[in-house]
Design a protein. Sequence first.
Length: 1059
Amino acid sequence: MTLGAEFNVESLTCRDWNTSSKVSQKVCVRFCKLRRLKYNFSMVLLKNCICSVVIMGITLDLEAVPTPSQLHLEENAILNSGWWNTSESEDSHDICSWYGISCNDVGSITRIKYQFYTPTGIPLATLNLSVFKNLEWFEVAGSGLQGTIPPDIGNLPKLTHLDLSYNSLDGEIPLALANLSQLERLDLSKNELQGSIPPELLFLKSLTWLDLSYNSLDGEIPPALANLTQLERLDLTKNKFQGSIPPELLFLKSLTRLYLSNNSLDGEIPPALTNLTQLKTLGLSSNKFQGSIPPELLFLKSLTWLDLSNNLLDGEIPPALTNLTQLEILGLSNNKFQGSIPSELLFLKNLIVLDLSYNSLDGEIPPARANLTLLERLDLSHNKFQGPIPGELLFLKNLTWLDLSYNLLDGEIPPALANLTQLEMLDLSNNKFQGPIPRELLFLKNLTWLDLSYNSLDGEIPPALTNLTQLKSLTISNNKFQGPIPGELLFLKNLTWLDLSYNSLDGEIPPALTNLTQLESLIISHNNIQGSIPQNFVFLKRLTSLDLSANKISGILPLSLTNFPSLELLNISHNLLSGSLEPLSKGNHAQLTSIYLKNNSISGKIPPELGYLPSLDSLDLSYNNLTGTVPLSVLAVANVDLSFNNLKGPYPADLSEFRLIGNKGVCSDDDFYYIDENKFKHCSAQDNKVKHRHNQLVIVLPILFFLIMAFLRLVRLRHIRIATKNKHAKTTAATKNGDLFCIWNYDGNIAYEDIITATQDFDMRYCIGTGAYGSVYRAQLPSGKIVAVKKLHGFEAEVAAFDESFRNEVKVLSEIKHRHIVKLHGFCLHRRIMFLIYEYMERGSLFSVLFDDVEAMELDWKKRVNIVKGTAHALSYLHHDFTPPIVHRDISASNVLLNSDWEPSVSDFGTARFLSSDSSHRTMVAGTIGYIAPELAYSMVVSERCDVYSFGVVALETLVGSHPKEILSSLQSASTENGITLCEILDQRLPQATMSVLMEIVSVAIVAFACLNANPCSRPTMKSVSQCFLTQLTPLDIPLREISLQQLMSQELRHYLNL
């Protein structure tokens, strides 16, 4: 109905409203007020709200005017959502004036733009969207919303702008969105949406902006996206899309921005992209695109941003890129490009960022001349560039970032670098630069990051470094610098990272370093620093890492060590320190995770307080002069090494002897034991107080004890002979002939009968594994102790080769003790029966755990890293800490056993060999197929390097989850797909690792590939592998989840771990 201008007054009555309701009153008032109408309202006399409408020469369409009931619903929806502050709703009767809400002239809500005010955790469905019939704009980005997108969102017929980004919405994209026929902008980015893009979404013909980035959407990119002909921006970044770019996508002629980065798209980059003539931004990074850059791409004359990094692209960089004259950002990093940089590239005068890092580019860096005058960031790192830094490069006056690290550049660092006055980051590490640091470099007043490490720079550290007042990170490690540490460094007030390690610096630590109050990491290890640790280090309150190892620092541990509240790593090993550990037992060390004081002259007792540090994970006090008993609290630390001190007293039965080896006063209460100069003695059963009071009993009681035990032994032997006469005829006959030869101690008695009884004469029901030389049985002794019994196969026991294998394993295991080498409790040698008694490993072998899906998922990334580390420490001990060295010859996943705490132990020493002084041994090939070093195919010379290769296979198998035969095959054929990332080959049964654990996974992978080098001489020693696992990792400047197998095999990353 239309009211014409001839009508001046009309009355509307809002019936059936209870005027005692506060909400009804406000809605009625709002209905009249917002229409500029006169209204009368009486709560006493009227039960209805009567509004007098005055039409001032205006024609109204009553169908377009919302009814009071609709306004009531809108207001109720706002109030009931809980999104707005209740006190705010009390202050105003007009919701149109509330924050984030806009209304039209007739009082209906048309816009909700509400950001960062919604309490986190509220579902989007708490707001009843279906009532807002006039809503045109709905933006609630970053409001902490959860749950699924409700279907009633499709009941907003006038909606043109929908932004739900930066929330925690999950589930699938609702089909109801297809009803929003007026929608022009749809942003669902930065949520947790799953599933595929619904086909119905492609009928939104008015859409100009579609952003679904940073979700978990999968499947292929639907070709029907071509229906969105008005689309100007399409962003599908950081999802799980697969397949190739659909050709139909290339008909979106209005597209100016296309982002498909961080997916799993593959195939070649389609040449038809040239159809997108309006395109300004093209992001295809972090996918699996192969082939070369299509020439047609170079006709996109409007392109200002092109990112093809982190793919598998190869060939040479096309010179025709110079056609993209508007280009400002060019990213081609982390591909397989070869050849030199085309000189034509230097004519892109608008270029601001040029990133060609992580490729195989070579030759010399071309002279940039004055062409790239706008260039701000240049990254040519991780390539094979040679020669000096070209002088023309130094005229790029706007450069703020210059990274030439990990190349083969040589010569001296050019003084003309001082011309780059805007430079903030300069990384020349891992090259072949020589000579001193040029004085002119110190005029770069804006520099915040300077890395000159891993070169051959020499001379003294210039005191003028103090001019770099903005410097936050200074790394000049692994060079040939000499002389003292300049005290002038104290003026670098903003410094947070200082690494001077691996040089030839001498003198004392300047006390002035304590003025660097922002310092978080101080690394001065592996120099010739003398003197003591300054007392005023106490002022370095932010210090998280202090590494002074491998110097000549003397004196005592200063009391200042008690005042590092943020300290996480303390490494002062391999110095000349003396005194006690008392400073470490005091103060606030809540964050301390690692303490390394190995190889000093520290004396006194170990304070029990060390064991109560809440974050302590590693404690190495080995090779000192510590005395007294070991506090149980300290033994509870996960990784503790107290070996080679002067400690005394018993150690717990469940503790590995390796932690305390070399302490002559330490004794064992274990059931099975050996006594020699390398092992622990058995703790006496007598009370120490009684010994002091009755010295004579020291002599009498042992004699009496052994007489009784000898008598019991005779009785027990007679009993064994009688019992086995009926049950084991052959064994009895051999026993009568005196062939039984058993050596072990178990409660003072021979445990042979216990083993036979526990296994019911080696019944198969107790067999838990079978190997090349014998079977392993689970046996529970009368004391309740469970052991593993390895028995040679019956038909093999009489063969000389197997007899030799058995004797060899006994010899090896009886002479070594290590926490990660299986413990031998005893053995039996007989013509008809031979067996070994081991500690029982509850989890079985690493191979069986990885084979079982349930157990493999329980074996999380942290446990797997620890298994690899433990195996490395065991092999390092065999190769380098035992005389003569032992080569295992059969390292495999089946021979790495796991206890209930997932701690590994290397087992099966039947093929082990002692090496002579020439570190090699000519013998028959032994080992497990798939783990044998390739050189043994043509040589019979066995060395420690054979074990190193086998360890590399086991380490990689632990990460992959199964034997890495395909990877090993590709390594041997030199056909490794260098674009494959580490994350792609990791065991997919486990969830993604956290960044801290991923850092350790990367280090394990680097070590594994280094150990798998086909050239034995290029493999690291197990000692270097073990040491690198004990060293705190510094962050890589590579995105960890994008590291490729090619990078893992690079020499640069081996240098990173000092392999």
